[in-house]
Design a binder for this molecule. Structure first.
Ligand code: ATP
Length: 340
């Protein structure tokens, strides 16, 4: 039997990248799961504090993320959905892991290196300055390892941007097992068919909740009109015709891979259909496909976000189920390290 764990930060409305790169797969795993499998999906509030958040906006986004997870089709009778910050075991285990994780390992995380680079616009790693960045941002992957291992997860479906963090979680679990006792199975990364959805405005970076440019991402809540406008204004290139070539044509290739994700085809195969057509035709088809894909989640989300009492009840039931499992692990951990 499998234990599947994954998380999403309540940092804003989920976007097409979250949906194609992660959330859609969460639903697929629910549909394909066996009765003995355990699926645990967490809204990771503690992680969102690693960047400055407006407290009021965070409180709204936190509740709405739960509504969004239900809207995409996750069923709280079949999967455990809960707020990480409702369960204190996450920070408990993360402290234990901090104490067995070398600083050098965290310095090698590409997410950390990217933060450093943008923090100073540094030309190379040697001139970056860590003193301005907070410790939470640095130990973020340790908390993520705790999220995963707390439930003895065997499989972790996340986007490609998180792959290195899963490798770190394996490392930390292995380190614990060898230092104390064999407690944690080492979790495997589950790749999603769509690896990375890129920003519509800067196709060299990923589509992201935290980009200030709202037209760079398509939200789960966008109307048909908004979706069409954003896709029409997506940055492509000035090369005639349509070909799939991520290295030299990232914008065009991103649109092809979005369309391929909607139609279940390889982007290169999609490109063949547009051989004798232009960017306008491609964008029109991408817009149609995305509108159709997000139609149901959007309507459901609009309905559910107003159901406050229901959302609160689901969160409470979810964390109770989560804590039965995490509590058992924490008793073993405490016993192993001598803090029984
Ligand atoms: P931010 O963009 O603000 O850094 P995020 O959008 O990456 O946040 P997370 O909560 O960190 O959101 O990630 C939720 C899930 O969505 C993760 O599994 C992550 O790998 C996936 N994901 C995020 N952005 C993309 C993207 N552009 N393409 C594919 N998957 C993505």
């Amino acid at each position: 039997s499998r234990v599947i764990f994954s998380g999403i930060q309540p940092t804003g409305t989920p976007h097409l990248g979250n949906f194609l790169g992660a959330l859609q797969n969460w639903v697929r795993l629910q549909e394909d799961s066996q009765p003995e499998d355990v699926l645990i999906y967490s809204i990771v509030g503690w992680h969102s504090l690693t960047l400055p958040q407006n407290p009021h906006a965070l409180a709204v986004a936190r509740r709405e993320m739960l509504a969004a997870l239900l809207a995409i089709g996750l069923d709280p009778k079949r999967v455990i959905i809960f707020h990480q910050d409702d369960n204190p075991h996450h920070t408990d285990l993360s402290w234990v892991f901090n104490c067995i994780t070398p600083v050098g390992k965290l310095r090698r995380m590409t997410t950390w290196k990217a933060r450093l680079a943008t923090s100073r616009n540094a030309k190379d790693e040697s001139e970056v300055d860590e003193s301005m960045l907070n410790t939470g941002l640095f130990t973020y992957p340790v908390l993520q390892a705790a999220d995963i291992l707390l439930y003895k997860a065997t499989h972790v479906p996340v986007g490609e941007d998180q792959k290195q963090h899963i490798e770190l979680a394996r490392d930390i679990g292995d380190n614990f097992n060898r230092t104390f006792r064999d407690l944690f199975p080492l979790p495997a990364y589950i790749a999603t068919p769509t690896r990375r959805v890129l920003s519509l405005k800067d196709p060299t970076s990923k589509m992201s909740k935290s980009s200030p440019d709202i037209s760079s991402r398509i939200l789960l809540t966008d109307s048909e009109k908004e979706i069409r406008t954003k896709i029409r204004s997506a940055v492509t290139d000035s090369i005639t015709g349509v070909t799939y070539d991520p290295a030299t044509r990232p914008g065009t290739s991103n649109l092809l891979s979005i369309l391929g994700a909607c139609t279940n085809e390889e982007p290169a195969v999609v490109a063949k259909r547009f051989e004798s057509k232009g960017h306008g035709d491609l964008k029109a088809d991408v817009a149609d496909a995305v509108v159709a894909l997000l139609e149901r989640p959007r309507t459901e989300f609009e309905r559910l976000r107003g159901e406050e009492a229901y959302i609160t009840r689901i969160a409470k039931e979810g964390v109770e189920k989560a804590m039965v499992r995490s509590g058992a692990t924490m008793r073993e951990v405490r016993h192993s390290v001598g803090l029984r």
